[in-house]
Ligand binder design. Sequence first.
Ligand SMILES: Cc1cc2nc3c(=O)[nH]c(=O)nc-3n(C[C@H](O)[C@H](O)[C@H](O)COP(=O)(O)OP(=O)(O)OC[C@H]3O[C@@H](n4cnc5c(N)ncnc54)[C@H](O)[C@@H]3O)c2cc1C
Length: 292
Amino acid sequence: MIPPRFEYAAPKSVREAVDLLKSRGGEAKVLAGGQSLIPLLKLRLAAPSLLVDINRVTGLDYIRESGGFLRVGALTRVSTLNRSALLKKRYGALHDASLTIADPLVRNLGTVGGNLSHGDPSNDLPAVLLAAGGELAATGPSGDRSVRAEDFFVGTFTTALAQDEILTEARFPVPPPRSGGVYLKVEQKVADFATAGVAVQVSLDKKSEYARVGIGLTGVGPTALKATKAEAAMVGKRATDRKAAQEAGELAADASSPTTDIRGTEEYKRGLIRLLVTRGLERASQRARRGA
Ligand SMILES: Cc1cc2nc3c(=O)[nH]c(=O)nc-3n(C[C@H](O)[C@H](O)[C@H](O)COP(=O)(O)OP(=O)(O)OC[C@H]3O[C@@H](n4cnc5c(N)ncnc54)[C@H](O)[C@@H]3O)c2cc1C
């Protein structure tokens, strides 16, 4: 349980951090909350020559709405999401998910950027970003760029980030009126990773029909998944159409590829997706009608 030897740097700016990453050509790793990386080092599943601790980089810890997005700085702690009145009111899925992540100790240290950059299919925030149709901002040696969430999670523990890029911001589109989101998660025990989780983000039109539906799945594939067929099937359906919601649950379960492990069998996890997507659509549309 003793990590391998590494050098340590604590830059004060994103530029400095990027330069450090670049100087090691893939041998350096960003350290944010350390809640995923430190266990990996202790288990000797990672052995970077340099840790670039970004905790002293200023200007990466914020939650604000601007330019059509809710912008969450990469160093924002999960516990800050828990306490945000804005999230509770307008970004229900993100708020719900933040409350299901681990326990208060982990949430006090774990960051939004780390949760998304780690590329763990069992982390809860990627599905929320996928359901919202969000994007991520990154800075590397050649400048800033943005990546759509659906292009970001490319494989298990692999994202579209280059080894010398820093994730700086997660962006969730500001939802139009009559929108609602929810995150539902089944866990084996309190504070556990998801056996299966579902993020649903919906917008309703004036007739209470679905104008937009986003569905993200946690823990049932090599990455967080976007259930695109289920999303498309719901557009134009009435928010109270339970049969349509059940059919969307079937489509999402078909799109998932869970594996049997200590948390449950493949069939059980598919069953959870079926149920959670159906229930998620109902709850998200209830929130949309209440204007939450
Ligand atoms: C007991 C326990 C239970 C947990 N349960 C859950 C759970 O239920 N749900 C859940 O979602 N998560 C869970 N986690 C994971 C937790 O949320 C982590 O904090 C999170 O996945 C990583 O965030 P971090 O800030 O700690 O990142 P770190 O551990 O510091 O880094 C993780 C990875 O991301 C990279 N990285 C971090 N920040 C950046 C950045 N800004 N730019 C580029 N790369 C970056 C690092 O180099 C590293 O590869 C749990 C962790 C523990 C220890």
